[in-house]
Write a protein that binds this ligand. Structure first.
Ligand SMILES: NC(=O)c1ccc[n+]([C@@H]2O[C@H](COP(=O)([O-])OP(=O)(O)OC[C@H]3O[C@@H](n4cnc5c(N)ncnc54)[C@H](O)[C@@H]3O)[C@@H](O)[C@H]2O)c1
Length: 389
């Protein structure tokens, strides 16, 4: 690749931003895509993606199964324009809650605030990009001012919101979404965070410090003396409570990373920690580029998850991993679901039920502990009981 000196005529930052603006794509239920998936996707990973579409559309979304569905998102999906797929699923009630990397939520804010991301190339001179103030996520390009202005909005929101003390990430994202809606109600059509607030759908982040949102919350503490703190314990318990309340549970896992485990640890938290025998997931769909052979959780199969109680042993036919780039597979998957018979469900609006759900978790956990303590008392030898008197 020929090197161009920074500042060469005609090669200012604008030169890199001539590609089309990236917009959120909204699936419409295309009959042609459904036909392709039904007839053309027959074997290998096309076959697995077809299977995933069937598990989702025919089983998870069937009214009789009444499945509580979690979506986990890792990988640069909002920068790549896939937020529209998530918005469509939320609006139709086809997912009930979401766990995302902070990066995806942070980059979603650029769309909400009407900043522009552009189509570009992965084969650029990154030193020149740096000198021209252009940020690159693979082939997505945008000026560094987008970061600075998004950060300024977050800091301004933090001050205006008066948020204080320990809160869950679901509460933080809900309040952030409400603020975006107040500024511009139309942004619900092109912001995942805003649409989630409108739908009452909770969004969690598994590693709150790992994004520019977390970086600005840290600033707020250091520079403004704020006591606002993201409390991961609240997140763990809320996700657990949502899973506990589900008649059936299922997940769509995009990529791997910490959102995958944060969702899947729900069932082990219930049986291993709280002593509540809820059982594992009934449905498991993963679209990922991660491989099983490296031993990491990101690439771990549903079969491995059975041993942890994360997936019910009897349901392996209702689990599938499609080894695909999710920027290709997820829009196809959503087209299929939106065009399917069960393409709309009542919104569960779990944001507004979190307190009641956690209260039920506490009740069941205490009941389980009480019955365990009673069992221990009965099985103790009389001599042992004497020793403790
Ligand atoms: N400013 C911020 O807040 C911030 C913070 C972290 C990352 N980022 C940027 O956001 C991007 C996304 O980061 P992230 O933390 O969401 O996840 P990531 O890119 O680290 O990916 C996490 C997981 O998703 C899988 N994955 C990634 N791309 C995939 C694809 N196309 N198809 C299927 N699976 C895929 C990976 O194998 C991995 O398991 C990064 O590339 C980075 O440039 C920004």
């Amino acid at each position: 690749m020929p090197h161009r000196a920074p500042g060469s005529p005609g090669h200012g930052p604008g030169h890199y931003l001539q590609g089309k603006q990236i917009r959120y794509y909204r699936p419409t239920g295309s009959a042609e895509v459904r036909q392709l998936i039904e007839g053309g996707f027959q074997a290998f990973n096309a076959g697995r993606l077809s299977e995933a579409c069937h598990i989702y559309a025919d089983k998870m979304l069937a009214p009789a199964s009444d499945t509580t569905i979690g979506l986990t998102v890792a990988g640069a999906l909002t920068p790549a324009g896939l937020g529209g797929c998530v918005i469509e699923l939320m609006e139709r009630g086809l997912i009930d809650f979401m766990i995302s990397t902070g990066a995806n939520l942070y980059h979603d804010l650029h769309y909400a605030l009407n900043f522009q991301l552009h189509r570009g190339s992965p084969f650029l001179d990154d030193v020149d990009l740096y000198e021209q103030g252009i940020i690159r996520i693979y082939d997505v390009l945008f000026p560094a001012t987008v970061l600075l202005e998004t950060d300024a909005y977050i800091r301004d929101f933090l001050v205006r919101s008066g948020l204080d003390g320990p809160i869950s990430t679901s509460e933080f994202h809900y309040r952030l979404g409400l603020d975006l809606l107040e500024r511009n109600p139309a942004c619900a059509e092109y912001s995942v965070v805003a649409k989630a607030a409108q739908c009452g759908l909770p969004i969690y982040t598994s590693s709150p410090g790992d994004s520019s949102i977390g970086m600005n919350i840290a600033y707020h503490e250091l520079m403004n003396g704020s006591s606002l703190m993201i409390d991961p314990n609240k997140d763990v318990n809320e996700v657990c409570a949502i899973i506990l309340a589900g008649r059936q549970n299922g997940c769509i896992i995009l990529g791997g990373g910490s959102p995958k485990n944060f969702y899947l640890q729900g069932q082990p938290t219930l049986w291993e920690v709280y002593g509540i025998p809820k059982g594992g997931n009934d449905y498991f769909i993963q679209i990922t580029t991660d491989q099983v052979v490296w031993g990491g959780l990101s690439g771990a199969t549903p079969a491995e998850a059975v041993s942890w109680g994360k997936v019910n042993p009897g349901v392996l036919p209702d689990t599938v991993v499609a080894y695909c780039d999710s920027t290709i597979a997820f829009p196809l998957f959503c087209e299929y679901a939106v065009g399917s018979e069960h393409n709309r469900r009542d919104l569960r609006k779990l944001v507004h039920k979190r307190e009641a759900l956690v209260a039920d978790l506490v009740r069941q956990a205490k009941a389980s502990k009480a019955s365990k303590d009673a069992r221990v008392d009965i099985t103790r030898e009389p001599a042992e009981i004497d020793r403790h008197r």
